[in-house]
Ligand binder design. Sequence first.
Ligand code: BES
Ligand code: ZN
Length: 445
Amino acid sequence: MRASHLEDYYSFLRFPSVSTDAQYAGKVTACAEWLVKKLSDIGLETKLVPTPGHPVIWAKNKHQPGRRTVMIYGHYDVQPPDPLDLWDSPPFEPILKDGYVFARGATDNKGQILSHILGVQEALEQHGDLPVNLHFVIEGEEEIGSGNLGDFLSENKEALRCDVAVVSDTGMVKRGVPTLSYGLRGVTALEVKVTGAKIDLHSGVFGGSVANPITALVRLLATLHDDKGHVAIEGFYDKVKPLEDWERKAWRELPLNGDEEILKETGAPALFGEEGYNTLERLWGRPTAEINGIGGGYQGVGTKTVIASHAMAKLTFRLVPDQQGDEILNLATRHLEKHLPPGVTMEITRGHSGPWYLTDPHSPVGQAAQRALREAFGKDPALIREGGSIPIVSQFRTILGVETLLLGLALPDCRAHSPNENFPLENMDAGIRLNKAVLAELAKR
Ligand code: BES
Ligand code: ZN
């Protein structure tokens, strides 16, 4: 890979573009401005489009009538780097070790979207033009649910008219095996706060006389699942489409040992999940209820004899076809209200949500994607669904009327969202080849 490509990559990674935390807002904008410069420098007409949140970057080549139009989407925002002390090197000071670059965003999504930018750069240098009309749409709010991107799409619907969307923000089943993802889970979030007394109390003076909100909260959270790993919210599975036999069979034949990989990568002592399904089915085809955070009471050193006034938990639900985010939040709210132990009050706040996505990997554009993956990696692609979510993808369909090709470059051990996130330079190279191949394949009529 060219030295200048690596420099670009490092510059991009040095911005702590953490979208969720207002304290980083200036850095998010600086990162957006860097992208505008990079995309302009390679010859694209580029705009920074402000939103009520973080800006969207929109770049295009000179469009010509009669050509296919492709939109490449990615995000320049990243997850918080916490917990910082678990990183072997600082998260925003990229370093190269054994062919892998370590930094927050190395894979998710800076490495992957940059490979498309560099692919376009090389093609423009070589041929002065691309085989298609291209839009780059690169946003700064994917990791917080893409709340403002839908409006951007609606407002620019005509100007963004395209035939297909291409996204590299998903995984590969393993190193060297190209992967076309034809489904994503959706996600929807809520926060629950349980309150007892109006102030923290002495647990000797008051203990036994009033309800403890932490006890109430953990009892409440314990009602979310049964012993067999099923979600116990009434109606939760009502809209879930059963997995089809062909799909279960195809997943069993994939070139990966999901169980072993997951045990190794997570370090968990055993696998656990919904009874009646294997690991890939649980991950790709079944919904979940997760407790992502919990807090309340004294967490300092030593002991404090206190009854906290409140306790809170953050929950998310991963959704599959044909579940609907709002409906799931309604059912969850009803469940929490019904099971709330006595003596406390509860407040529920709804968070962001993004729908699931399912497309046909054998459609004409799906086949073009498969050919491009074969060309870039020299191997037949695996066809999979994903457990993760990319909230805007379903709106590419509902607002722009296009299907999305999910051509992921993330390795199973990339540590996205975790300490020591990394991306191999071989995948940057593969991504550059993939970009050229997919634009060439999609240009064919
Ligand atoms: N790149 C991921 C999505 C992803 C991860 C897809 C793994 C497939 C496999 C994306 O950046 C992400 O993390 N999305 C969030 C969305 C949420 C914050 C609304 C997710 O899935 O948690
Ligand atoms: Zn992410």
